[in-house]
Design a protein around this ligand. Structure first.
Ligand code: DGJ
Length: 753
C-alpha cells in the first residue's frame, strides 16, 4: 500500500514538474516559445529567413504572442544586418564581425556560411529541434533545445555535412544566448589557481568582449565555464534579474560575453577555437557540448539555487537509476594528508580504525598504493599493487574497512604516466608528443594520449579489472597536469611521413570524448561505483564531468578561512552535494592555526570528509569530531540538497562594514526541500573593538511556522527555544561570537504551522 501511495505521489509530482516545461510553436508567425520553470525563451524566423532570438526573461503567458521577427535594417555601411540582429546561431559570413558560432571551409574554397531556416520539430513538451541550412553549401546545422522544470534550458548543436565532399570546421559553439539589448549589465565569473580556485568577480560589462577560456585540454583552474549577468542598478544577492549559464565540457573551451557597440549583449560558448580543426566528411556530423542557461528575477542567490536543484535532480548520476535526487554523499576519510605516499597496509588499517571512531562511512586510500610509487617521480601508469606496501594484497585492508562498517575507495590518475614507469618504457609512443620536440614534464609526469583507441582500451581494461577484482565502492579520479605538446601523429589521416596537422588537431575533442566513454562504460558495468573528479584540486569541474561523477574535490586548500571563500565561489554555480570538503590538520598551506570546531563547521557546509592525521588527534579532538559528525548526519540532506542562502558572504563587506570590513562575519543557511529543517553556520574571523556579532536575519523560512532551535553551543545563542519564522527572518537571531576564528551552528526544526 505504501509503495502504491509513493508511486501516486511521484506521478503527481512529476506531472506538476512537467507542467513547468512547455515548447509551443506558433506556426503562423514561425515562432517557438520554450518555458522552463519561471522563464521563457523565444525564437523566430525573420523576413530574411534567418533564425533570431526574440525573448529571454520572466515566463510569458501561455498564449502570449511576440511581434514577428524582423532582420534589423542596415544601420550604416559598416554595420551590416547580420551583426546588428540578435541571430540565434550566427555563422561567419555576410559581414559578421562579432563572435561567430560557426566557421567552416568548403571544398570549393568558400570560407563563409549564411545560415537560413530549414525546418523545425517539436519533439515533446520539453524538446525542440530547429534545422538551419547554408544558402548554397551542403551544410546543415541542427539546433537542439531541452527545457528542464527546475528553470534551465540546455542548448547544443550538430553540424552536418550533407554533401559529397569534405568540409573543415574551424570554430563551433554550442549556442549563443542573446540578452535584451541595452546597457547597465554586470558580469560575474569565476577564476582561480591551484590552491585558490573559485574566486568570484563581478564587474560592469564593458563594451567589447570579455573572454574566459581554457586552452589546457581540460576545464582548468584558471576559469570555469560559467557566467551570471545581472543589472548593476537592480541585481543583488536577494533580488533582481540574473541570466546565468554553464557549459558542460571538460576539454578546452571558450566563453565570450559580448556587449557590442550597439549594446547587443550575448554569450557564446563551445569548443575553444584555438588550435581547433575538425574534418567533416560526407554524411558526418560534429556535435557540440551542452550549454545550459536560465533566467531568474530572484537575484544571484536564486540563480544559484536553481542551478543547484537542476544539477542534483537532472545532472548527477543516480543510484538506483530512478532515484531523484541521488542519495546524499557519504562521509569520507582520505589518507592523503595523513600519510602522503609513505604507508603500509598496517598503517592504513590503523587509520581506518580511528576514522570509524568518528563516524566516517567510507575509507579512501590516496596516491601511492601501486607500482613503485613511493614519491611523485615514478610509478604513474603501473596500476598493479605495490607488494612492499600490501604484501597480502588489498583484500585484508578492504575486509578490515568493511568490518568497521565503512565502504572502500581508492585513488587513480588514469590519464598520466611517469617517464620512470614500466608503462612508459613499453609504450613511449603513448605519451602526447611532437616527434622533434622535447616533452614538457609537469610534476615529473606526461599526458597519455587518450585520443588513441589503444590507450582508451588499455585504460578501460585496467580500471575494470581493478574494480572487478576488488570490492571498490569509489574511485578518486585525479588529473594533475595540463597539456603541452598535443601531437598525435597516429591520428586517422596522418602519419609520421606525411603529417596532416588538421587531422592531429582532433586530439582536443577525441581525448575528452574517450575520457567520457571510459567513465560511461565503467559505470555501466559497475553501476554501484561512485567517482570523484579531482584535478590537483578543482581543475576539472563542469557539467560534462558532473553528469558522470558524484562529487568533486574543489581545492587542495583546506585552510578554514580560505575555504569559506572557495566554497562561497563554488556554490555560486555548483551544488554543495558535489563539494567534497575535508577537515584537515593545522597549520595548513597558509601556516594558520584555526580551532577544530571552525574547521569542522566549514567542512560541514558541503559533503563532509576528513583528511586529518588521526594518529595525532587527542581524546578531545575525537570527541568533538564524533559529536559534529553525528550532528552532520542529522542535517546533511538539508545541506547537500536543500536551498542555500548566502546570508553574508566571506570576503565581502559584511554587516560590520562601517566599523571594519575586515572583521569577517559570515553566515550560510540551508533550508530543507520540504521546509522542515534549516541549518545556520556562522563564523567570525576576528573581533575588533569588542563590538558584538551582527544580528543574523534568516531567509527562506515559513513566516507562519514555529521553529525549535537547537544551538550547537549553548553559550553562543541566548534566544528562545522556539521562535516563529517571521521573527527569525525579521528580527533575526543574536549570536555571541567573539575573538578570532569563532564559529557556531543552529539547527532549526519546524514544529508547527
Ligand atoms: C592532487 C590531489 O588534489 C590531492 O588530493 C592528492 O590526491 C594528490 N593529488 C595525490 O597525488
Amino acid at each position: 500500500m505504501r509503495n502504491c501511495c509513493a508511486v501516486l505521489l511521484s506521478l503527481a509530482l512529476s506531472s506538476v514538474l512537467l507542467a513547468q516545461t512547455a515548447v509551443r510553436e506558433d506556426s503562423a508567425r514561425r515562432q517557438w516559445y520554450i518555458d522552463a520553470g519561471k522563464q521563457t525563451y523565444a525564437i523566430g524566423v525573420n523576413d530574411q529567413e534567418m533564425l533570431q532570438s526574440l525573448y529571454w526573461g520572466p515566463k510569458l503567458a501561455a498564449d502570449a504572442k511576440l511581434p514577428t521577427a524582423k532582420m534589423h535594417p542596415e544601420r550604416a555601411s559598416i554595420d551590416p544586418p547580420v551583426g546588428t540582429t540578435p541571430l540565434e546561431y550566427p555563422a561567419w559570413g555576410a559581414g559578421l564581425y562579432t563572435e561567430a558560432a560557426l566557421k567552416a571551409n568548403s571544398p570549393n574554397g568558400d570560407r563563409t556560411l549564411v545560415l537560413v531556416y530549414d525546418s523545425a520539430k517539436v519533439s515533446s513538451s520539453d524538446e525542440l529541434e530547429v534545422v538551419l541550412k547554408d544558402k548554397t553549401e551542403p551544410i546543415r546545422v541542427h539546433l537542439y533545445y531541452h527545457a528542464y522544470p527546475e528553470g534551465v534550458i540546455s542548448r547544443w548543436s550538430r553540424i552536418e555535412n550533407t554533401g559529397k565532399q569534405t568540409f573543415g570546421i574551424e570554430q563551433a559553439a554550442s549556442a549563443v544566448w542573446n540578452l535584451p539589448q541595452g546597457t547597465g549589465y554586470q558580469h560575474s565569473w569565476l577564476t582561480g589557481m591551484w590552491g585558490g580556485e573559485w574566486q568570484l568577480h563581478t564587474e560592469p560589462l564593458l563594451t567589447g568582449a570579455a573572454v574566459i577560456e581554457s586552452r589546457k585540454g581540460s576545464t582548468s583552474h584558471q576559469a570555469n565555464p560559467w557566467f551570471a549577468i545581472g543589472k548593476t542598478a537592480e541585481t543583488t544577492e536577494e533580488s533582481g534579474p540574473v541570466w546565468f549559464g554553464q557549459l558542460g565540457w571538460s576539454g578546452s573551451w571558450r566563453m565570450s560575453v559580448e556587449d557590442t557597440s550597439l549594446h547587443l549583449v550575448r554569450v557564446t560558448a563551445g569548443y575553444n577555437p584555438f588550435d581547433f580543426y575538425w574534418t567533416l566528411k560526407p554524411g558526418e556530423s560534429l556535435e557540440t557540448p551542452k550549454f545550459y542557461a536560465g533566467y531568474t528575477d530572484g537575484g544571484n542567490g536564486e540563480a544559484s539555487r536553481i542551478e543547484h536543484r537542476f544539477q542534483t535532480d537532472e545532472i548527477l548520476p543516480r543510484r538506483p537509476a530512478a532515484m531523484t535526487p541521488p542519495p546524499p554523499r557519504p562521509i569520507i576519510f582520505n589518507s592523503w594528508e595523513a600519510t602522503e605516499m609513505t604507508f603500509t597496509d598496517q598503517t592504513q588499517m590503523a587509520l581506518a580504525e580511528k576514522a570509524a571512531k568518528i563516524g566516517v562511512e567510507r575509507f579512501v586510500i590516496d596516491d601511492g598504493w601501486f607500482g613503485q610509487r613511493n614519491d611523485d617521480h615514478r610509478g604513474l601508469g603501473d596500476w598493479y599493487l605495490n607488494k612492499q606496501k600490501f604484501p597480502n594484497g588489498l583484500k585484508p585492508v578492504i575486509d578490515k574497512v568493511h568490518s568497521l562498517g565503512m565502504s572502500f575507495g581508492i585513488w587513480v590518475e588514469p590519464e598520466m604516466v611517469n617517464p620512470d614507469s614500466d608503462l612508459f618504457r613499453q609504450h613511449p609512443d603513448w605519451a602526447m608528443q611532437f616527434p622533434n620536440r622535447q616533452r614538457s614534464e609537469m610534476r615529473q609526469q606526461l599526458m597519455l594520449n587518450l585520443a588513441r583507441p589503444d590507450v582508451k582500451e588499455w585504460m578501460f581494461n585496467w580500471l575494470d579489472k581493478l574494480v572487478s577484482e576488488n570490492d571498490i565502492a569509489f574511485l578518486k579520479w585525479d588529473y594533475n597536469r595540463n597539456w603541452s605538446e598535443p601531437g598525435w601523429n597516429t591520428a586517422p589521416g596522418t602519419s609520421a611521413e606525411h603529417p596532416n596537422i588538421d587531422a592531429e588537431k582532433e586530439i582536443w575533442i577525441r581525448f575528452v570524448q574517450n575520457y567520457y566513454d571510459v567513465i560511461d562504460r565503467l559505470r555501466k558495468k559497475h553501476p554501484q561505483l561512485e567517482i570523484e573528479s579531482c584535478s590537483a584540486g578543482g581543475g576539472r569541474v563542469d557539467l560534462g564531468v558532473l553528469s558522470r561523477t558524484d562529487e568533486v574535490w574543489p581545492s587542495d586548500n583546506t585552510d578554514a578561512l580560505d575555504r569559506l571563500s572557495i566554497q562561497d565561489g563554488y556554490t555560486h554555480t555548483y551544488t554543495p552535494q558535489t563539494m567534497a570538503a575535508w577537515v584537515t590538520d593545522v597549520p595548513h598551506m597558509e601556516r594558520r592555526s584555526t580551532p577544530l570546531q571552525v574547521r569542522l563547521l566549514v567542512a560541514m557546509q558541503g559533503a563532509l570528509g576528513s583528511g586529518n592525521n588521526l594518529n595525532k588527534w587527542s581524546d578531545e579532538d575525537f570527541a568533538l569530531g564524533a559529536k559534529l559528525t553525528a550532528l552532520y548526519k542529522t542535517v546533511r540532506t538539508t545541506v547537500q540538497q536543500g536551498s542555500l542562502y548566502r546570508l553574508t558572504s566571506p570576503g565581502t563587506e559584511g554587516q560590520h562594514a562601517s566599523l571594519n570590513n575586515e572583521v569577517g562575519a559570515s553566515q550560510v543557511e540551508y533550508v530543507a526541500r520540504d521546509g522542515s529543517q534549516a541549518v545556520l553556520f556562522a563564523y567570525l574571523h576576528s573581533m575588533r573593538y569588542a563590538v558584538g556579532y551582527p544580528t543574523v536575519r534568516l531567509r527562506g523560512l515559513d513566516p507562519n511556522a514555529t521553529y525549535r532551535i537547537k544551538a550547537l553551543d549553548a553559550d553562543k545563542y541566548k534566544g528562545d527555544d522556539t521562535v516563529s519564522g517571521s521573527v527569525l527572518m525579521g528580527a533575526g537571531v543574536q549570536l555571541r561570537l567573539a575573538g578570532d576564528y569563532d564559529s557556531t551552528a543552529l539547527v532549526l526544526e519546524r514544529v508547527s504551522r
